[in-house]
Design a protein around this ligand. Structure first.
Ligand SMILES: [Zn+2]
Length: 179
């Protein structure tokens, strides 16, 4: 297990749609554990694989930041399947240090994905957990590969830029910085 550097805004890996995981080897366990340790050290409540330089659809979340080991979520290939309600809370991102803003998110979400062995899992979250699911899924980019990814419209769908702009929704000043 190791704490690894967190990739910051501007790094190419954060701009790309992360790819689906199809192999569930022991290497994936190591990656997930490094991500958890790195998230705790930051400290943060969630981390997506592109934030440690890996363009794969893997995320870790722990809204207790290590207080309750049973609350750790590790999910590969997450897909948002249901959402309800609305919340508006302050949000930041370990890859966009120095910026935070009030972001609109659903109050409750249901997410389907796979565990580290490739078994399908479905999880639900409200409040902060719902926000963390939404934020980390944002980092992975759209669930479906877009055919127009190379066009200007597609490029605007760059995951980390969309996230940064979300953080700036209520803070017009920094919009120019992330466009
Ligand atoms: Zn983030």
């Amino acid at each position: 297990m190791a704490i690894v550097p967190i990739v910051k805004f501007g790094a190419e890996v954060l701009d790309r749609r992360a790819v689906e995981l199809t192999e569930f080897s022991e290497d994936l366990d190591t990656i997930a554990h490094d991500m958890i340790e790195t998230m705790y050290a930051a400290p943060g409540v969630g981390l997506a694989a592109p934030q440690i330089g890996l363009g794969i659809r893997l995320m870790v979340i722990d809204i207790t930041v290590g207080e309750d080991p049973e609350k750790v979520v590790v999910m590969a290939n997450p897909v948002m399947v249901e959402q309800e309600g609305e919340q508006h809370e302050e949000e930041g991102c370990l890859s966009v240090p120095g910026y935070s803003g009030v972001v609109s998110r659903p109050e409750w979400v249901k997410v389907r994905g796979q565990d580290l062995k490739g078994n399908e899992i479905t999880l639900e979250g409200t409040g902060l957990l719902a926000r963390a699911f939404c934020h980390e899924i944002d980092h992975l980019g759209e669930e479906e590969e877009r055919k127009d990814a190379k066009t200007r419209e597609g490029a605007r769908r760059n995951p980390v830029r969309l996230l940064a702009l979300r953080l700036c929704e209520s803070l017009r000043l920094c919009v120019g910085r992330f466009l």
